[in-house]
Design a protein around this ligand. Structure first.
Ligand SMILES: Cc1ncc(COP(=O)(O)O)c(C=O)c1O
Length: 376
């Protein structure tokens, strides 16, 4: 791919990475005559449960769908206050608007973009009747799960973890996050684990999981139907069409088998970036706590005169990016109570993410570092 004049090779920031031989595993699915949500979805769920060490994983059509199901299950209703981070994809917060919630923004760490135990505690103290809090693992770096969990328990509050970006990251050695009544993942096109499109929700409460299982398919309790009469069903609580399908699930199983190699690539490139950029004046690498091992889905730095640096990188054909505008500045959220968010402001004004992924060769990574080190 090229940019501008076409003379400069373009190093993409994100791209889909699904090997062409995926067609061989998809052929039998298409030939089977069944491509909806069937046994292959269950296979994907069982593979995810085994990988994460989770009791039950429910696959959905997207992370946005998974988040919606979690919010509905928490009973979010019009007028409820829900605390949430502005440093995220709008998908974290848009479903809350549909449910009529009043979002109150939580501040984040100015260097890394994550909600911290201190900022969560401050938000709960200011809004003690908040129904729940939503936190996000920015760029794939796990939040301080233990600290957030302690704060949430102290306030008797529910937490939703939007782990869309952090599949495969570990915290204190565990792949399964230790915070969140609900944990939501994205398997979207460019995610660390992609099933083309898709997501998943994990509930720590078996009853809530059962309700979500029905809610993701119109509200029908699919497994309760007679095996002989597919159409004989009742709906008590109306749900959604939020389930994934056998085609995406087949891709998901295939990609999960290749995840270790992708994670290793991201971690190798991150180590190279870290080594080369550690002491560059005007640039800071987002801090990573010693007890976490991020997946490095994105590699985040903060920089003085960010737009100058972005211009320089783009001029060299390097797509460094600022994915996701801070949500509190988006028009659809402007009616919400204004908050003083010094950490979010500092982060949003200075962060940028560097290209990282299997399409970035070690020499590409070295070129990005050399371009940055030469100044901007
Ligand atoms: C933090 C976060 N939450 C939610 C989403 C939405 O995921 P999906 O596209 O699977 O709905 C994304 C997608 O980029 C994301 O980064």
């Amino acid at each position: 791919m090229t940019v501008g004049t076409g003379e400069v090779p373009w190093l993409p920031f994100l791209r889909a990475v699904i090997p062409p031989d995926i067609t061989t595993v998809l052929e039998p699915v298409f030939a089977s005559g069944y491509v909806g949500a069937g046994r292959r979805v269950r296979e994907f769920e069982h593979a995810l449960e085994a990988y994460l060490g989770a009791p039950q994983v429910l696959c959905t059509s997207s992370c946005t769908a998974a988040l919606t199901l979690a919010y509905v299950q928490l009973g979010v209703r019009p007028g409820d206050v829900v605390l949430s981070t502005p440093i995220t994809c709008a998908a974290t917060n848009v479903p809350l608007i549909h449910l009529g919630a009043t979002i109150v923004w939580i501040d984040v760490d100015a260097g890394a973009g994550n909600v911290t135990p201190a900022t969560l505690d401050a938000a709960f103290r200011a809004w003690p009747h908040a129904r729940a809090a939503v936190v996000v693992d920015w760029a794939g770096t796990p939040c301080d799960y233990a600290g957030l969990d302690t704060v949430a328990r102290a306030h008797g509050a529910h937490v939703v973890l939007d782990a869309a970006q952090s599949f495969g990251s570990t915290s204190r050695g565990s792949l399964l996050p230790s915070v969140g009544d609900f944990i939501c993942y994205s398997f979207g096109p460019t995610k660390m684990l992609s099933s083309v499109e898709g997501g998943a929700v994990i509930s720590r409460d078996a009853g809530a999981a059962e309700a979500i299982e029905a809610a993701r398919w119109y509200g029908v309790e699919r497994d309760a139907r007679s095996p002989l009469e597919f159409w004989d069903y009742d709906i008590v609580n109306p749900g959604y069409r939020f389930i994934t399908n056998d085609v995406f699930a087949t891709v998901g199983v295939y990609m999960l088998q290749r995840l270790a190699s992708r994670l290793a690539t991201h971690r190798e490139l991150a180590a190279l970036y870290r080594g080369e950029l550690e002491r560059v004046p005007g640039l800071d690498i987002a801090a990573v706590p010693s007890d976490v091992d991020p997946n490095y889905w994105m590699f985040t730095v903060t920089a003085e005169r960010r737009s100058d640096l972005l211009r320089k990188l783009h001029g060299a054909g390097i797509h460094a990016a600022t994915p996701h505008n801070r949500n509190d500045r988006l028009s659809c959220f402007r009616h919400l109570p204004a908050q003083d968010l010094p950490g979010a402001t500092r982060f949003a004004d200075t962060y940028l993410c560097l290209p990282i992924g299997p399409w970035v060769r070690l020499e590409d990574c070295a070129r990005v570092c050399a371009t940055i080190r030469s100044g901007w």
